[in-house]
Design a protein around this ligand. Structure first.
Ligand code: ARG
Length: 468
């Protein structure tokens, strides 16, 4: 029977209740943080004069031994002890008997679990930021390698304007910057300590909550005992941040799927990141990208679960909150797995320069450039747009690109289009390099963006809480 029963509730838990009640099969993942929190609490009890120095040392020692046991897989988790907290406490009581029974003084599982979760979430979020940084750095590496590879940019998935592959990859990298910043931002807000808040209304034992918070690396104690035990918005924030990351990865995944088709043929994944078919021997499938796309559904689902879990929940703690573990564990798991697989897939993929650059030969991608040329000759842009639109229609009818129209046809549309420089406007290679505006795809600008991004990620390579 668990430590929380026997007094008020002498009978054991009904069998049908046990399956619902027990969470140790899931929350045992919090064991490191639970022991860390218990050690800090034991020290706090000593500081408050509730335990002697010697008792405190014995408890800390005992908890250290349990940590080793768990690490070596020697602790037998017992579902009858409900959760990770009671399992560890039960083990401590077996080891230290009377002294073990003193640890829970001035503490409730409500402030205990809230503390464990914040410690765990802080660690995992840092790990996720590290994985984001690794993917971003691979993108920057590939962008640098492919700096001279041109390709069209797309809107509506239709060829739009001349661009370069590195510019596209650097756009992916920008999303990841904001994803990492969102996590770092949530980390700063969650870094407060619930311990000492008790079940709901604090405790009459005058624990030095500031000292305990500092002991666990928190910025300070949570200011309100009700809020400390009943609020999980830090999980909503992290899971929402991970859901956004998931949606971003799904967009990257979708492009990898498209680009790996025979129709696009822009890239080929390495064998290590491809799969075959059980039936069709010729198949090489981009499953990595599809799975990453699929994991975004898990991530959105986890965020939704955590939002709904707390909706309309009266203050303080309600047992509903036990259901917060699986979604946040699943979310970090899905995010980390996706990030690492994508990092490997992109780092080992081959890009087909001929196919990428070949795509500039269709879609009249220099139409805007031709209109811009007319603007430089004094035409208002709207008129130039009209003239070029008309030329595109003629070209389509003739089955050629804009550049394939005869000089006579161009001159007929507007006299200044007979000049030889018009051919420059229609050359996609020149058109890309004219896009020198800040944030544009000209070689010079992208090279600068790459250098700047390298610095950005280098200063964030350390996984500790740092600059957003
Ligand atoms: N396993 C519980 C949870 O994860 C711990 C808190 C239990 N508190 C309680 N009052 N029954 O939320």
């Amino acid at each position: 029977m668990s430590q929380a029963r026997g007094g008020r509730l002498p009978a054991g838990v009904a069998e049908a209740m046990e399956a619902l009640n027990t969470s140790v099969h899931i929350d045992q993942a919090l064991w490191r943080e639970d022991i860390q929190g218990s050690i800090a609490h034991a020290r706090g009890l000593v500081r408050a004069g509730i335990l002697s120095q010697a008792e405190g040392e014995q408890l800390v020692d005992g908890l250290g031994h349990i940590a080793q046991e768990i690490e070596q897989g020697r602790l037998a988790w017992d579902p009858k002890n409900e959760d990770v907290h009671m399992n560890i406490e039960a083990r401590l009581i077996t080891a230290l008997d009377g002294l073990g029974r003193k640890l829970h003084t001035g503490r409730s599982r409500n402030d205990q679990v809230a503390t464990d979760l914040r410690l765990w979430a802080r660690r995992k979020s840092q790990e996720a930021r590290g994985a984001i940084a690794e993917l971003a750095e691979v993108l920057v590496d590939v962008a640098e390698r492919e700096l001279d590879t041109l390709m069209p940019s797309y809107t509506h998935l239709q060829r739009a304007q001349p661009s370069r592959l590195s510019h596209h990859l650097m756009a992916w990298q920008e999303l990841l910057r904001r994803d990492a910043a969102r996590l770092a931002d949530a980390e700063r807000r969650l870094n407060e300590c619930p311990l000492g808040a008790g079940a709901v209304a604090g405790t009459g034992f005058l624990l030095d909550r500031h000292a305990t918070a500092a002991d666990l690396g928190f910025d300070g104690p949570m200011r309100n005992s009700l809020d400390a035990t009943a609020s999980r918005d830090f999980l909503m924030e992290l899971s929402s941040g991970l859901a956004i990351l998931g949606v971003h990865l799904s967009r990257i995944g979708e492009e990898i799927v498209l680009w790996s088709t025979q129709e696009f043929g822009f890239m080929a994944l390495s064998d290590g990141f491809s799969t075959s078919s059980s039936m069709m021997p010729q198949k090489k499938n981009p499953d990595v990208a599809e799975l990453v796309r699929g994991k975004s559904a898990v991530l959105v689902g986890c965020a939704t679960t955590l939002l709904v879990l707390e909706k309309s929940l009266a203050f303080g703690y309600g047992r509903d909150l036990q259901e917060d573990k699986r979604p946040i564990f699943d979310a970090f798991d899905a995010a980390l797995t996706s990030l690492r697989a994508l990092t490997g897939a992109i780092g080992t993929a081959r890009f087909d320069r001929d196919r990428l650059e070949g795509a500039l030969g269709g879609g009249h991608v220099c139409a805007t450039d031709l209109a811009d040329y007319l603007v430089l000759q004094g035409l208002p842009f709207r008129d130039a747009h009209h003239v070029v639109g008309d030329l595109v229609r003629q070209a389509e009818q003739a089955g050629v690109q804009l550049g394939g129209l005869s000089t006579e046809a161009l001159a007929a549309a507007h006299p200044s289009l007979s000049a030889p420089e018009v051919r420059d406007a229609l050359d996609p290679r020149r058109a890309v390099e004219r896009r020198l505006v800040f944030g544009g795809p000209a070689r010079e600008r992208v090279a600068e963006a790459i250098a700047e991004a390298r610095q950005h990620w280098a200063s964030r390579a350390q996984r500790a809480p740092g600059p957003v």
